[in-house]
Design a protein around this ligand. Structure first.
Ligand SMILES: Cc1ncc(CN)c(N)n1
Length: 229
């Protein structure tokens, strides 16, 4: 292998630095007991159904949030490619909502009767606050990446080697654990990283705090369904 010239080593990015610094918190969100119970097959189906119903409401609130990130990209981005990636995200949410409806009917859940629980309301409130034009693109795209990355890492774990995920839950895990979704998350990470490289110290602090907020809210979201056993 060719030896790298001095000073040519790849710099560790902002996001990679956060992932190393907050590894335990990231693992807390992506290796939550609910996810581990899917992976080892011990999942209580009532918990799964509760998660599914609550997540449908979350995803409906997620659509306008992603649309607001698209607007920020249009206004603020220095790279036109950002819009295509985010637009692809908006488009795939239509498919996701249809998937939730099909899945709910399969499990006998009446989505029109689902009442949002406290942790869900709180998380949707966070999404709404991020839609404000006062929130910087760097902060919003960081939140967007983190929200998607938690699901990708979580569900990919359920279909990874040695998993005993029940057959009827494999489709759910594939939805976020598949390779294409992993690539999409990487595209979002690259956009966020590029913006963070140019951000002021104050913006960087806000974005890091937002990353931690997302991890905390994701844990609360998983906990909400676990409590419903
Ligand atoms: C709570 C939550 N977090 C993330 C995702 C992935 N879009 C989701 N559907 N729900």
């Amino acid at each position: 292998m060719e030896e790298k010239a001095k000073g040519e080593e790849k710099k560790v990015g902002v996001i990679e630095t956060w992932l190393r610094k907050h590894r335990l918190l990231f693992n807390g969100a992506t290796r939550h007991p609910l996810i581990l119970s899917i992976r080892d097959g011990s999942i209580n189906i009532a918990s799964f159904k509760s998660w599914l119903a609550q997540d449908y409401l979350f995803v409906r609130a997620f659509v306008p949030f992603v649309a607001s990130v698209l607007i920020k990209a249009w206004k603020e981005s220095d790279e036109s490619g950002d819009m295509e990636v985010i637009l692809g995200g908006v488009a795939s949410l239509e498919d996701e909502i249809s998937w939730f409806k099909r899945e709910a009917s399969k499990w006998g859940i009446s989505l029109s009767e689902v009442v949002p629980q406290q942790a869900n309301k709180k998380y949707c409130g966070l999404l709404e606050s991020l839609m404000s034009p006062d929130v910087e693109y760097s902060v919003a795209i960081t939140a967007f990446w983190a929200i998607e990355a938690v699901y990708q890492e979580s569900f990919a774990h359920c279909i990874g080697e040695g998993s005993k995920t029940p057959e009827e839950l494999k489709g759910t895990c594939e939805r976020w654990g598949n390779e294409a979704f992993a690539k999409y998350c990487l595209s979002l990470q690259n956009i966020a990283e590029r913006r963070l490289q140019k951000a002021s110290d104050e913006e960087l602090k806000k974005a890091e705090a937002m990353f931690l907020n997302v991890l905390e809210y994701e844990v609360d979201f998983w906990n909400m369904s676990r409590g419903n056993v």
